[in-house]
Write a protein that binds this ligand. Structure first.
Ligand SMILES: [Zn+2]
Length: 349
């Protein structure tokens, strides 16, 4: 796989180098960005003698924090996507007798490279799997570095939808500009080796992981990882601790059902996709669940009574949530989004 990718890149580089038109195949057709992104010089510079790519050194403060006997994580800083060299999301590390599983790949190859260095301070076991909770830029651009380490990449169904969308390449092009040099012409979109559309167990020697396929809650496909015996949940982006989430075009009906199931699970810690680890995980999940429930109930009343959104919104009761961070920025947009989706759900019935 790695060799193939390398060879096809090399072919493109050689062809581009002698000014030949790049042959149009179904594949290059799909990924027009590749041909203009590599030059022999860049490729040569970005590899060490063994052919393993070396990425620019990230200079962010990244601390590997121990969560439980087998689980560690690094916490990205609060901020927008281009702050802090793109280190705004979390990654988790689970170490069993057989090896290491990493959940989410951070927002650049440089960050992933730094994470691997941190991991190597505590373990020399092989990298078994990289699990991506969902395909959004801030969680996947480090994936190629784990692939180079030999990790199998697992992701929920929906990753394919993201990779096929024009948005995926547009976003990468934009980040190559806004996050240069951390995301640059050597950064590529990596497809998962395998996609999950149901739940499965993974035993890595004394540690059991339950990978739960969550459907299309926050993105085109979401996945969570529950680690036993530690009782730690790695939730991806479906949990936002202590603040109002941006619902976006998430399916709130499914999201709500997932949170209700999670709430019933005994958790000692919860590592979200962004922000601090939750010390009282069940309370955090319960708050998220109540928020989504309130959004849906308040807006369902309006839809049923055929009240307009502008009339219904100020009359709704948001008192439990109006003091939470991001309420002002997110709540009205969320309510409107849910209002529209409830109208659509009504038509489905
Ligand atoms: Zn995210």
């Amino acid at each position: 796989m790695r060799l193939n990718t390398y060879l096809s890149l090399l072919t493109i580089v050689l062809l581009a180098g002698c000014d030949q038109p790049v042959p149009v195949t179904a594949d290059t057709n799909k990924q027009p960005a590749v041909e203009e992104t590599t030059s022999q010089e860049v490729l040569a510079k970005s590899e060490d003698k063994s052919g393993v790519p070396v990425y620019p050194e990230a200079s962010v403060d990244m601390q590997l924090q121990q969560v439980s006997e087998h689980v560690w994580f690094v916490q990205g800083q609060a901020g927008i996507a281009t702050d802090n060299e793109g280190f705004i999301s979390n990654a988790s590390v689970i170490i069993g007798e057989q090896g290491i599983v990493v959940v989410d790949a951070l927002g650049s190859p440089s960050l992933a490279q730094l994470l691997i260095r941190k991991i190597r301070e505590i373990s020399d076991k092989p990298f078994l799997k990289l699990i991506l909770t969902h395909y959004h830029a801030d969680h996947i651009y480090g994936a190629q570095v784990f692939q180079e380490q030999g990790a199998e990449i697992l992701a929920p169904v929906g990753a394919d939808k993201y990779l096929d969308s024009p948005n995926a390449l547009e976003r990468l092009e934009e980040r190559r500009f806004s996050l240069d040099p951390w995301v640059n012409e050597n950064t590529r979109l990596v497809a998962p080796d395998r996609m999950l559309d149901s739940s499965e167990q993974l035993d890595i020697g004394g540690v059991n992981l339950t990978l739960s396929y969550l459907g299309t809650a926050h993105s085109d496909g979401d996945l969570s990882v529950y680690v036993e015996p530690d009782a730690v949940l790695v939730s991806g982006d479906i949990i936002f601790e202590g603040r109002v989430p941006f619902v976006g075009d998430a399916n709130t009906r499914e999201w709500l059902a997932i949170l209700t199931r999670m709430e019933a699970q005994q958790m000692s810690a919860l590592i979200p996709g962004h922000g601090a680890m939750a010390k009282k995980p069940n309370e955090v999940v319960a708050l998220m669940r109540r928020y989504l429930q309130a959004l849906r109930e308040q807006m369902a009343n309006a839809v049923e009574e055929m009240t307009s959104f502008d009339e219904a919104y100020p009359e709704a009761d948001w008192s439990e949530f109006e003091n939470l961070p991001a309420f002002d920025a997110a709540n009205r947009i969320n309510a409107y989004q849910v209002f529209l989706s409830l109208e659509a759900e009504l038509l489905e019935e």
